[in-house]
Design a protein around this ligand. Structure first.
Ligand code: UDP
Length: 413
């Protein structure tokens, strides 16, 4: 019933020159007692979003070091995914919540997936709220059960979190990006909470090293002049990512440095009406300015193009008003680009203000910091260098792999 995701091959050895041999050796040590263990990751989808991005790297790396790791996606139907989208929003504070009928669909689909779970597993790692009910329905199929939360549950709507807490408590361990995201009321499970931030894969097409010429060549095909300054924000068209504030900041920059260009790159799911609406709003706000390029997967912008825009930029922005972790920040830092982020969520974990980038609270601050960088290329280089080292130390996939192995050992999988 659950679908196995076909994953490619990755080799830990390829990462040694990036993160250092000490880290890869430590990973091999931690993997030794777990050799041959059957570990299953379960998520709602294999397409788009941070969860699948991470699993396409972590699962093959787990296999490479001797674990028998697999990834299954759950079966769902439209009403289920409508309910889980509402659940996702309400868990992050939105006022509307699921009706009794929607909870019934949620429970029913979780039960169907629990019944359909095949095989015996030493550890089952369930990602995000959609499949959270799997453990209740299939407890006998797994040795240890871990719930991996990728979202911020610190200010949830009370009704859905009350439904979720008893389900979380049944897991042997839970994993969160940041301690601030763990909700109140965890009871005894609090001791089973683990904080593990996410990471990016430095060898994936989105993050692998590009020459300046290749990046420029790709950006040129989207109308960017590589001789003029470029500011880029990569993110979904969503009010929390503040695309309107980005345009405001950009307009203030062009009063001083008129040749500056802005690229706003955002993926657009065809089934996301909210995203489409906000895309339209952003588009209208840009008011046909030829130096503002608003691009999405509908223009064929995929991982390689995102990489090119980030690599080519004089400044990468993530001017969020609210942010889970902000993988786009990690991606920009890893490319050594001076990065300016909103002072929210996981962004301050990644940027130390004035050292490895800048943190800002308004379009005005964002414009002022952008102008500082545009006027002083030496400053941009220093920030970029520091940011890259910070990302290398803390936010690349081998570190995430090490933390997973450490946890699997600790809970005696
Ligand atoms: N992303 C992308 N194309 C886009 C917009 C976003 O590939 O047009 C990717 C981006 O590179 C990052 C992820 O989607 O890897 C977004 O993760 P982040 O944590 O920044 O934000 P979220 O969308 O999860 O809130």
């Amino acid at each position: 019933m659950l679908q196995e995701v076909a994953i490619g091959q990755k080799s830990l050895a390829d990462y040694a020159s990036i993160v250092g041999r000490e880290t890869t050796e430590r990973i091999r040590e931690l993997a030794e007692p777990l050799r041959g263990k059957r570990v299953l990751h379960v998520s709602a989808t294999a397409f788009g979003g941070g969860v699948s991005e991470i699993l396409y790297t972590i699962v093959p790396l787990m296999r490479d070091i001797g674990l028998d790791a697999h990834w299954h996606v759950i079966f769902g139907k439209e009403e289920f995914f409508e309910a889980t989208k509402l659940l996702h929003n309400s868990l992050q504070g939105a006022p509307e919540t699921l009706s009794d009928e929607q909870w019934a669909v949620f429970d029913e689909i979780n039960q169907i997936n629990a019944d359909g779970l095949e095989g015996e597993w030493d550890a089952v790692i369930v990602h995000d709220p959609q499949p959270i009910g799997l453990r209740r329905g299939a407890a006998h199929k797994g040795g240890k059960w871990i719930w991996r939360c990728h979202i911020d549950l610190s200010t949830p709507n009370p009704a859905p979190i009350a439904r979720l807490l008893p389900l979380i408590e049944e897991y042997d361990a839970s994993v969160w990006h940041m301690s601030q995201y763990v909700p109140n009321g965890m009871g005894a499970h609090r001791d089973a909470v683990n904080i593990i931030p996410p990471a990016i894969d430095p060898l994936s097409p989105k993050n692998m090293a590009f020459s300046r010429e290749d990046a420029a060549f790709i950006c040129q095909q989207f109308g960017i002049d590589p001789e003029r300054p470029l500011i880029t924000q990569v993110s979904r068209f969503d009010p929390w990512k503040d695309p309107i504030g980005v345009i405001d900041a950009y307009r203030q920059v062009t009063e001083q440095v008129p040749e500056t260009q802005l690229a706003m790159v955002g993926s657009m799911a065809t089934d996301d009406p909210e995203g489409r609406e906000y895309f339209q709003k952003t588009y209208e706000y840009a008011d046909n300015d030829p130096d503002i390029k608003i691009l999405s997967n509908l223009n064929n912008v995929g991982a390689i193009e995102v990489n090119a825009f980030q690599s080519q930029s004089d400044i990468c922005l993530q001017k969020s008003i609210r942010e889970g972790f902000g993988l786009t920040v990690t991606e920009a830092l890893w490319k050594g680009r001076p990065t300016i982020g909103g002072n929210v969520g996981g962004i301050p974990l990644q940027i130390e203000d004035g050292i490895s980038g800048f943190l800002v609270n308004s379009p005005e601050e964002c414009a002022a910091r952008s102008l500082e960088i545009l006027r002083d290329p030496g400053l941009g280089k220093t920030l970029g260098r520091e940011g890259k080292e910070h990302a290398r130390r803390l936010f690349l996939s081998p570190r995430l792999l090490r933390d997973w192995l450490d946890l699997l050992n600790r809970i005696e999988t």
